[in-house]
Design a protein around this ligand. Structure first.
Ligand SMILES: Cc1cc2nc3c(=O)[nH]c(=O)nc-3n(C[C@H](O)[C@H](O)[C@H](O)COP(=O)(O)OP(=O)(O)OC[C@H]3O[C@@H](n4cnc5c(N)ncnc54)[C@H](O)[C@@H]3O)c2cc1C
Ligand code: HEM
Length: 460
């Protein structure tokens, strides 16, 4: 387990004495934030004396890591992949799928509504698989269809995506028998949306496409069932609201939960049954098996409000299989740039814990934005890691105008003004506006896409 206390760190003033939530039962970490609070940028961490730009003289070169490694995540394992298909084609009528999709492009939301109405009429028992709020689910389904149609001719892209989706559906309780009514409802909803524009060619294209989708999803789910549970029960053992809108909790999975720092889990709480949302693990894998999550409410959002305001020790959550990127990939020789906002700091903490544990040689820069100073809640923890991991530089960012979403360019501008990041591996996690503007600035600077990994937390 990582010692996050930094209790014996010399020369650090404790400016966050009220913060004791990182490690329940352990002493409060000392802190030395020099955030000037005026909006701009302050530095913390071990390199505060010699705060260097990203191009420290001993920074390794960009050589040595392939794009594939940079994007390493929970891709399909080779033995689960489909047989290679000639010329990487799917055999689907991609042209007809795209043409029909273009005709309903402007009312895809309505197609989603109609699809679920049809599904629950044909197979009323399927309603029990879904939670109360269907709006987010509708947009996810529509997003998935757009993605599938967009890649309808590209088997190499489509197959791993559908296999992942099929494995993922196990935690919702989806079984083989559910696929037929879903296909019927889907084709019906698209046909009704197209009205007179519907043709036999469209009909064949969609029926063939759904057959293939269902067979890949269901096949992957069956293979996964041999090696992994559909979800993990995990008991909340610690829960503390550290701000009105932010809680830290630790959970103990009932059986081993294998994950890597930087990854996230879809989870659901008994207080909002069957509604699944993604939350990043805020701790590296630990000997005691505990996982930490940091959750901020999104308005009166379904799951976040329940996790922050109505969760207590003893609650048993369900965790889906870990997803996303291994940000601490050992093979990487790139220095690391992390750009985070709000609870986007969680996967970065997990990553830093791992880098510290193995005394990885990489230099790490963390830019950390909060809506105000209080919301930079993880600073003391970052600072205590920085005392031991001397190659860490932390740059807190607070907008002079209050919440960061009023100054969407702030983070991107600060990061790009700070230095040249073209040789870095970059991880970006947090609200959509911060992610989008940071990516824009990085691309302006010429940072290759394959060196960038993103977790976009959503529009808040
Ligand atoms: C990969 C990934 C990792 C994530 N990790 C974390 C994490 O570690 N910690 C964390 O706290 N969150 C994390 N999130 C976000 C999380 O998954 C949820 O999206 C978030 O908690 C909201 O879910 P909800 O059910 O409470 O809100 P929902 O009920 O889904 O409501 C959110 C919807 O309503 C809108 N909305 C509601 N209220 C407001 C408001 N006041 N202002 C603006 N829009 C609003 C949102 O735009 C959105 O469409 C992560 C997301 C992703 C994709
Ligand atoms: C074309 C096939 C399908 C596609 C493209 C699809 C797509 C999706 C997507 C993208 C999600 C969101 C999951 C996530 O983000 O991890 C989802 C969730 C879900 N899907 Fe599917 N799905 C398909 C088939 C099915 C079937 C056959 C069922 C069974 C009835 C089903 C039931 C569900 C349920 C219960 C959820 C969770 C809803 C929630 O979180 O409230 N899906 N689906």
């Amino acid at each position: 387990m990582v010692d996050a206390t930094g209790a014996d760190a010399p020369g650090l003033a404790n400016t966050h004495a009220s913060v004791s939530w990182f490690e329940p039962g352990l002493p409060v970490p000392p802190a030395s934030s020099r955030n000037n609070g005026e909006g701009a940028v302050a530095e913390a961490g071990s390199e505060s004396d010699t705060l260097s730009g990203p191009d420290g003289e001993d920074a390794p070169s960009a050589d040595g890591e392939s794009g594939a490694e940079a994007a390493a995540g929970t891709e399909a394992e080779p033995e689960r992949a489909l047989e290679p298909h000639p010329a990487n084609t799917t055999g689907l009528d991609g042209e007809a799928l795209r043409e029909s999709m273009a005709l309903v492009e402007d009312h895809l939301e309505a197609v989603g509504v109609d699809f679920y109405a049809q599904l629950f009429a044909i197979a009323p028992e399927a309603r029990d698989l879904f939670g109360a709020g269907m709006a987010v689910q509708r947009s996810r389904l529509v997003g998935a269809l757009v993605r599938i149609v967009g890649n309808a001719d590209d088997r190499e892209v489509l197959a791993p995506y559908l296999e992942g989706l099929g494995r993922d559906h196990r935690k919702f309780g989806v079984i083989d028998q559910h696929y037929a009514p879903v296909g019927t409802a889907l084709v019906l909803a698209i046909r009704r949306a197209l009205g007179d524009a519907w043709t036999p060619r469209f009909e064949k294209a969609w029926v063939d496409a759904y057959d293939m989708i269902a067979s890949i999803m269901a096949g992957a789910a069956r293979r996964d069932a041999v090696i992994s549970p559909p979800w993990w029960d995990a008991e909340v053992v610690y829960h503390r609201r550290i701000l009105d809108d932010l809680a830290i909790m630790q959970v103990r999975p009932h059986t081993d939960y294998p994950y890597r720092p930087g990854q996230y889990a879809y989870l659901t709480t008994p207080r909002r049954p069957k509604i699944w949302r993604a939350y990043s693990m805020a701790s590296a894998p630990r000997d005691d098996g505990l996982l930490e999550f940091h959750v901020r409410t999104v308005g009166a959002g379904w799951v976040s409000s329940a996790l922050v305001w109505r969760t207590e020790p003893g609650d048993v959550l369900h965790l889906g299989a870990p997803q996303g990127n291994d940000v601490a990939t050992p093979r990487s020789e790139h220095d690391l740039l992390c750009i985070t906002g709000g609870t986007g700091i969680a996967p970065v903490l997990a990553t830093l814990q791992e880098l510290e544990q193995r005394q990885d040689g990489r230099r790490v820069h963390v830019f950390y934005a909060g809506r105000d100073r209080d919301h930079l809640y993880a600073l003391p923890h970052l600072e205590s890691i920085g005392v031991r991991y001397r190659r860490l530089t932390v740059v807190p960012v607070v907008s002079p105008d209050g919440p960061t979403d009023r100054s969407p360019d702030l983070m991107g501008n600060i990061v790009s003004a700070y230095g040249d990041w073209r040789k870095h591996r970059v991880y970006v996690a947090g609200p959509t506006t911060m992610v989008a503007t940071s990516l824009e600035r990085l691309r302006d600077q010429g940072v290759p896409d394959e060196q960038i990994v993103v977790d976009d937390y959503g529009l808040w």
